[in-house]
Design a protein around this ligand. Structure first.
Ligand code: NAP
Length: 281
């Protein structure tokens, strides 16, 4: 699969999102486990999860799926709740996540969204678990431009490796200032919910996309994902709980757009021309 530079290393152009995975019956969980393994066997090198997802069920599923795989071959991202963002609670959340994931380190540990704990305390907590070897690096999620600048102004804040925000054709606000700022500060960007999440609740598919997908002999989902990936500096993490969806998504990495096609999409889903409040799911 096409490679990008992510978190200062090579990574597959898409990762695998796992929100709402591991929460079904045995047959569904088995299908999802096989999907994760199919991804690892076919070049996916980033898995995204969180302590929040199914109250640890997503992490537990990943923990089962990755046994027998070489841990150095893929990057594992998990996230902690904002109300677990003090040094003591970061440590205990992380211990629980590592237990469920059946691994001894995370590649990236992210503050899931900003809460009441001062960022300086969270940085100190993350530095402590990093020093102890439990995480390679850390980052944030759902940070707006003002949050990123504030973080960067604090001691150690510039060690933040990634920010994970909503990004799809209908939610383009991050293009205005967040993406350029992160590029300038060499901070990787992870775009979540490329399809507008489960059920597409956060994205209206307009006829133009259906027509364009037909012309390009791809599915609308593939078109949506390829559009996010047109910028080669972004890691998108679609959730796929079936091998069929994952295969489609992996194939979408190679779909290209003409300048006219991109212009047409812009006319229906406009680029931001000013700072807007960050959209979150
Ligand atoms: N940091 C945050 O606050 C945050 C917030 C939201 C999400 N995330 C992360 O981002 C990941 C992705 O976002 P998301 O789960 O919200 O939604 P998403 O990836 O936008 O959409 C997932 C939905 O699309 C379907 N799908 C996937 N590939 C498809 C294909 N090729 N054809 C047709 N349908 C397809 C999935 O069905 P199947 O399940 O049947 O494959 C599922 O219903 C999450 O899983 C999570 O890891 C992070």
């Amino acid at each position: 699969m096409r490679q990008i530079t992510f978190n200062q290393q090579n990574a597959s152009a898409i990762g695998l999102g796992t929100w709402r995975m591991g929460e079904g019956n045995n047959a569904k969980n088995e299908e999802e486990l096989k999907t994760i393994q199919y991804g690892l066997d076919h070049g996916i090198t980033v898995l995204d999860t969180a302590e929040m997802y199914g109250d640890g069920k997503s992490e537990t599923l990943i923990g089962k799926a990755i046994q027998g795989y070489n841990r150095d071959d893929f990057q594992l991202i998990s996230k902690f709740y904002p109300n677990h963002a003090t040094p003591e609670l970061i440590k205990s959340s992380l211990e629980n996540s590592l237990k469920r994931l059946k691994t001894d380190y995370l590649d990236l540990y992210l503050l899931h969204w900003r809460g009441a704990t001062p960022l300086a305390e969270t940085i100190a907590g993350l530095q402590a678990v990093q020093k102890a070897g439990y995480i390679k690096n850390w980052g944030v999620s759902n940070f707006d431009i003002a949050d990123l600048k504030e973080l960067d102004s604090l001691a150690g804040g510039n060690e933040c490796r990634v920010n994970e925000d909503l990004y799809n054709v209908a939610s383009r606000g991050i293009e205005y200032s967040i993406l350029p700022w992160q590029k300038e500060h060499k901070m990787s960007f992870i775009g979540y919910s490329p399809f507008g999440s489960d059920g597409g609740d956060f994205l209206t598919i307009k006829p133009i996309l259906i027509e364009m997908a037909k012309q390009k002999h791809v599915t609308v989902y593939q078109l949506l994902l390829a559009w996010v990936l047109r910028n080669h500096n972004i890691l998108s993490i679609p959730k796929s709980s079936t091998i069929e969806h994952l295969k489609d998504n992996m194939a979408a990495v190679d779909i290209k757009f003409t300048a006219d096609e991109l212009k047409l999409i812009d006319s229906e889903y406009p680029k931001p021309n000013k700072n807007t409040q960050l959209e979150v799911i």
